[in-house]
Design a protein around this ligand. Structure first.
Ligand SMILES: Cc1cc2nc3c(=O)[nH]c(=O)nc-3n(C[C@H](O)[C@H](O)[C@H](O)COP(=O)(O)OP(=O)(O)OC[C@H]3O[C@@H](n4cnc5c(N)ncnc54)[C@H](O)[C@@H]3O)c2cc1C
Length: 379
C-alpha cells in the first residue's frame, strides 16, 4: 500500500503538472467569477482526468480509485471547484457503470469520460438532504415513459449539458427509483446560482422538473433500486470529496510554510524566529500526513474490497476525518498569516472558504457516524 505503482505515480504527476501550469494561475479568477474556463475543462478531458477509474471499454483509464484520488488531490490544491466538477461527474459515471444496462453505458459513459458532457446526480430536495423516506420528486408511469415532477436542491454541474441521475419516488410502488435524464430536455430548468461562501467554480443550482417525460428504458436499475443507487453514489462521491479536501489541506499547509518563510520580524523570517510558528508547521505536517495516508487508504479499499457495507463505512469515516482535519489545518495556516489571511489577495482566504464545505456535503458528520456505527455494530 505504501508504494505507488508506476501508473499511479504518472497519473499523480500529470495532474500536478497540469494544476501547476494551467489551473493555479487561473485560481483567483475562478474564485472571483465562480466559473471554470471551458479551456480548462477541455484540457482535463484531453488528459483523461474524467475517466481515470472507469473501464477502458467506455474510454476510461481503468487505473483504479487510488489513482483517481491522487489526481483529484493535486488538481484541488490549485482549485477545489475543478475537483467538484470531476467528482460529481464521476458519481454519475460510477452509478451508470454499476447499475446501467449495456445500452445505457454505451450511450452515456464515453462522453462523460472524455468531458464532452458532464454528469449531475440529484438526490437533495428542499425538504431533505439526508432522508430518502422524505423524497417528494415523483415518477409516474405513462405508457412506455415516466413523467417526473419535483424540485432538486443544490445540484452540482446542473448548468452543464449532459445526463443527470435523478432519485425519485416511483408513484405506483412508492419506492425510491433512479432515472437518467438529459439536462435541458423539455421541462428541465434551473434556478439562479446559489451564492456560496466558497467552493467557487462549481456553480450550484436548484433543478426544476416539470412534467419531464423520460422513456421507461432510462430507469437506472429497477423499481426500488434508488436506495442502492444512492448508496453507491455516496461511496464514490466520498472518494472524490476526500481528494478535494486533501487538496485543500495540502494547499493550506504549503501556503503557510511559504508565508512563514517570506514574512519577516525585525529582519528575520517568522519561520526561523518564532518557535510557535515552527510548532504550528509541525502540527500541520502531522495532520496532513494523517489525512494523506487515511485518504489514500480509502482509494486502496475501493480498488480491492467488494463488500458494499465495508465501502460505505470506510468512505463515511474517511470523509469525516479528512474534512474536519482539513479545517484544522486551514485554521492553523490562517493563524500563521495573521490579518493577511483575511485578504482575498492571499490564497489561504480562498482555501478557508472551501474547507468549511467538507463536513456539510454528501451527508453531515452526525448522519455518517450513525451510518458507519450501524455497519460496525451489525458485523
Ligand atoms: C457545494 C454543495 C454541492 C452539493 N451537491 C449536491 C449534488 O450534486 N446532489 C445532491 O443531491 N445534493 C448536493 N448537495 C446537497 C448536500 O449533499 C446536502 O445538503 C447534505 O447532504 C445535507 O443535507 P441538508 O442540508 O438537507 O441537511 P439535513 O438533512 O436537513 O440535516 C440538517 C441537520 O440535521 C442533522 N440530521 C439530519 N438527519 C439526521 C439523522 N438521521 N441523524 C442525525 N442527525 C441528522 C444533520 O446532521 C444536520 O445537522 C450539495 C451541497 C453543497 C453545499
Amino acid at each position: 500500500m505504501y508504494s505507488f505503482t508506476k501508473e499511479q505515480e504518472l497519473i499523480q504527476k500529470a495532474a500536478r503538472e497540469y494544476a501547476d501550469r494551467v489551473i493555479e494561475p487561473a485560481g483567483a479568477k475562478i474564485d472571483q467569477e465562480n466559473l471554470i474556463p471551458s479551456e480548462i475543462l477541455r484540457g482535463l478531458g484531453a488528459l483523461g482526468m474524467y475517466g481515470i477509474p472507469f473501464p477502458e471499454a467506455y474510454g476510461g483509464g481503468e487505473a483504479g480509485f487510488l489513482s483517481y484520488l491522487l489526481a483529484v488531490e493535486q488538481l484541488c490544491k490549485a482549485s477545489l471547484g475543478v475537483g467538484m466538477i470531476i467528482s460529481v461527474n464521476a458519481v454519475g459515471l460510477s452509478v451508470v457503470n454499476a447499475f446501467g444496462t449495456e445500452q445505457q453505458k454505451k450511450q452515456y459513459m464515453p462522453d462523460g469520460i472524455n468531458g464532452k458532457t458532464i454528469f449531475s446526480f440529484a438526490f437533495t430536495e428542499p425538504g431533505t438532504g439526508s432522508d430518502p423516506k422524505q423524497l417528494s420528486t415523483t415518477a409516474a408511469r405513462d405508457g412506455d415513459s415516466y413523467i417526473l415532477n419535483g424540485t432538486k436542491r443544490f445540484i452540482s454541474n446542473s448548468g452543464y449539458e449532459g445526463p443527470i441521475v435523478v432519485i425519485c419516488k416511483e408513484s405506483e410502488s412508492g419506492q425510491a427509483t433512479a432515472f437518467i435524464v438529459d439536462k435541458f430536455c423539455s421541462g428541465y430548468s434551473i434556478s439562479e446560482p446559489w451564492e456560496k461562501i466558497g467552493a467557487h467554480g462549481g456553480p450550484l443550482y436548484d433543478v426544476y422538473l416539470k412534467d419531464v417525460k423520460v422513456p421507461a428504458e432510462n430507469m437506472l436499475g429497477g423499481i426500488g433500486d434508488g436506495m442502492w443507487v444512492l448508496k453507491v453514489a455516496m461511496i464514490y462521491g466520498k472518494i472524490g470529496l476526500v481528494g478535494l479536501f486533501l487538496g485543500s489541506a495540502l494547499a493550506a499547509y504549503e501556503e503557510a510554510v511559504k508565508y512563514a518563510r517570506g514574512k519577516t520580524h525585525r529582519g528575520t523570517p517568522i519561520a526561523d524566529k518564532f518557535q510557535h510558528i515552527q510548532m504550528s508547521i509541525a502540527d500541520m505536517a502531522m495532520k496532513y500526513e494523517a489525512c494523506k495516508w487515511y485518504g489514500y487508504h480509502l482509494g486502496y479499499v475501493a480498488d480491492t474490497v467488494k463488500d458494499q457495507n465495508i465501502l460505505i463505512k470506510e468512505a463515511a469515516l474517511t470523509k469525516i476525518f479528512i474534512s474536519e482535519t482539513a479545517i484544522d489545518i486551514a485554521r492553523i495556516a490562517m493563524s500563521i498569516h495573521g490579518s493577511y489571511g483575511l485578504m482575498k489577495d492571499y490564497k489561504i482566504s480562498r482555501v478557508w472558504g472551501d474547507v468549511i464545505f467538507g463536513p456539510q456535503v454528501e451527508g453531515t458528520a452526525p448522519t455518517l457516524k450513525v451510518l458507519a456505527a450501524g455497519v460496525i455494530l451489525n458485523s
